[in-house]
Write a protein that binds this ligand. Structure first.
Ligand code: KG4
Ligand code: ZN
Length: 342
């Protein structure tokens, strides 16, 4: 019998991606074309450029993915894999970018006579760890830290989760990006700030840790302001010390709150997800803190933490089983909310 696979397209921001995932947990093929070079000189993602680049790149990325995965559309031809659905990220993201993947996925689903599955980009991020470690013992706490979101989630199993807290202002990645821009470190800000922090003294500045021991909500805008104030008062401060102290404060808050959530909810482990999960200091600090407390750390490889379509295919697999196919009238929704409970 052949194994069911989901083909997924991800075009919510500045990565054009396609992937084929079997049984929701095994990556058969995954291709990501990053547009970072196109946007670098503008210091941020330019929506019009992103949308056009997705249009140009999606078909080559899709062809490469399908070439790498030997998939049949009807279970015939002796293929070990058969296509059961086409999924796409329908939001949140840039509307002109989302539309490219959504329109392509719906067209393919219609032409091939398989279901279309709409996937929330944030839900996709939750599956990064599961794809690399299918034997995860639930429940786990997922710390989802990206450019637009900072969420602490109690995940009882695939497709079942509850949001415990989120940021009240800036997302963790947004704080990295803004501070990096202020310090003139370049784009994208997160990796640039991480590089600048190397060799810096993380205790050089005393920076605030907002709501450190109060619940599961986050606030990072005061931290950004504190860095700006410090530079205004002490312009001679070493950039490496500034970057290291800022990074230390963000990681301290993220790890402390994730551990508190794990303890409050009796979780077996903590999963990292989202672009900021590529940060080495966060990865090491979370892994060390988990090990110390007998929790299992799930720290996916960097390419799985940043935007990719494999995580969307995995989410699509479980969404299809829980809610069935999405209507072909489902549109792109740039502000698609992450359900508080599912
Ligand atoms: O998940 P993602 O690729 O896209 C969104 O869905 O937002 O996350 C992008 C965010 C950006 O804010 C970027 O600066 C941040 O992740 N990021 C990092 C690192 N790599 C990416 N932040 C800190 N350290 C890094 N190494
Ligand atoms: Zn993302």
């Amino acid at each position: 019998m052949s194994e069911p696979v989901v083909l997924a397209l991800e075009t919510s921001c500045d990565e054009t991606a396609a992937a084929v995932v079997a049984s929701g947990t095994r990556v058969v093929a995954s291709v990501v074309s990053s547009q970072v070079d196109l946007h670098a000189r503008y210091g941020g993602v330019v929506p019009e450029i992103a949308g056009r680049a997705h249009l140009e790149r999606l078909l080559p990325v899709l062809s490469e993915t399908l070439r790498a995965a030997d998939v049949s559309r009807d279970g015939s031809g002796g293929c070990a894999l058969h296509l059961e659905a086409v999924a796409a990220t329908t939001g949140p993201g840039l509307v002109g970018s989302l539309l490219v993947g959504v329109a392509a996925a719906k067209s393919l689903a219609m032409a091939w006579g398989v279901p279309f599955v709409a996937v929330n980009h944030l839900e996709g991020h939750l599956y990064a760890a599961l794809l690399e470690d299918p034997a995860i013992e639930f429940p786990v706490i997922v710390l989802l830290v990206s450019g637009g979101h900072t969420l602490l989630i109690d995940m009882a199993g695939p497709g079942h989760y509850e949001v415990l807290g989120q940021t009240l202002d800036d997302a963790a990645g947004e704080a990295f990006d803004k501070v990096a821009r202020y310090l003139g470190l370049g784009y994208p800000g997160g990796p640039a700030l991480e590089a600048a922090a190397r060799g810096g003294d993380p205790t050089a500045l005393e920076l605030p840790r907002a709501m450190l021991n109060e619940g599961f909500a986050f606030s990072f805008s005061g931290l950004k302001t504190a860095v700006v104030r410090h530079v205004e008062r002490h312009p001679e401060t070493d950039t490496a010390d500034l970057a290291a102290s800022f990074q230390e404060a963000v990681v301290d808050v993220l790890v402390t709150k994730a551990l508190a959530a794990a303890s409050a909810r009796g979780a077996r482990g903590i999963c990292l997800a989202g672009g900021v999960a590529a940060n080495t200091h966060l990865r090491e600090a979370l892994a060390a803190a988990c090990t110390e407390r007998g929790l299992h750390p799930f720290v996916p490889t960097r390419s799985m933490c940043t935007d990719n379509a494999a995580m969307i295919a995995a989410a699509g697999h479980f969404r299809l089983r829980r809610d069935g196919a999405s209507g072909l009238d489902t549109g792109a929704d740039p502000n698609l909310a992450f359900p508080a409970r599912a």
